[in-house]
Design a protein around this ligand. Structure first.
Ligand code: HMH
Length: 228
């Protein structure tokens, strides 16, 4: 199954871990969002955890500003922090408010282990490694949700209660952020590893980080299903 065009680096990373990638993007939780069969309690449980996730995820992207080597890299990272904290999280705040959960409760929600493991893995990739280590650890989250959003919005079921969630990730603004992230990632990879990046020893290590982050996304969906 091919995905949206978010650049060469992402296409190569995704193609090298097909099992992990489909376990993530075609997870039972995702199917339940698409056909509306996901229990509301599971969804709310996930969404509260995802708010906490986005707090730490925004911290990880902020580290990208610190590790950037070009103005284009810095701008993409700064823009993504803005998109996360000022746009994507609005979905969580609005949806939870309708269910009677206030934003202060979201901010102080108890973080589950699968959630904590994921974001701290990403932050550590950036602390221990360089800009590329950080970017490939961030990539599955961003591109995966872009791919899921596009697939679900094109699917038949119109009466899923999760249409707002789907619309957030299928939205042209989110998709545009993904396309520019993909362009920036390609440029960052070529700048550091050269056009033949896939032949470098470094690429195998970066692939390992991407695959691990993809596995941690699967764990996040599992947590969402179990928590309700
Ligand atoms: C767990 C997770 N992965 C990716 C995204 C997309 O930003 C999200 N909101 N949550």
């Amino acid at each position: 199954m091919s995905g949206p065009d978010y650049g060469r680096s992402f296409a190569a990373l995704r193609a090298a871990c097909p099992d992990e990638w489909s376990a993530y993007t075609d997870h039972a939780f995702v199917r339940g969002l698409g056909d509306g069969t996901l229990p509301q309690a599971s969804f709310l449980h996930y969404l509260v955890q995802d708010y906490v996730f986005l707090v730490h995820f925004a911290r990880a992207w902020s580290l990208g500003v610190v590790k950037a080597e070009t103005m284009a890299e810095m701008k993409t990272c700064a823009r993504t922090v803005d998109a996360l904290v000022n746009h994507e999280m609005a979905l969580h705040v609005k949806t939870c408010a309708k269910a009677g959960i206030e934003e202060t409760a979201l901010f102080s929600a108890k973080e589950e282990v699968a959630n904590l493991a994921y974001t701290r893995y990403v932050i550590d990739a950036g602390l221990q490694g360089d800009f590329l280590d950080l970017m490939v650890a961030l990539a599955p989250c961003c591109f995966g949700y872009g791919e899921i959003g596009l697939r679900l919005v094109g699917a038949a079921c119109n009466d899923t209660p999760y249409a707002d969630w789907i619309a957030t990730y299928a939205d042209v603004d989110y998709q545009q952020v993904m396309v520019s992230f993909g362009d920036m990632l390609d440029a960052a990879v070529i700048r550091r590893l050269g056009a033949d990046f896939k032949a470098t020893p470094r690429w195998a290590q970066l692939q390992g980080r991407f695959t691990k982050a993809t596995e941690l996304e699967v764990g996040f969906w599992d947590m969402g299903l179990l928590g309700a």
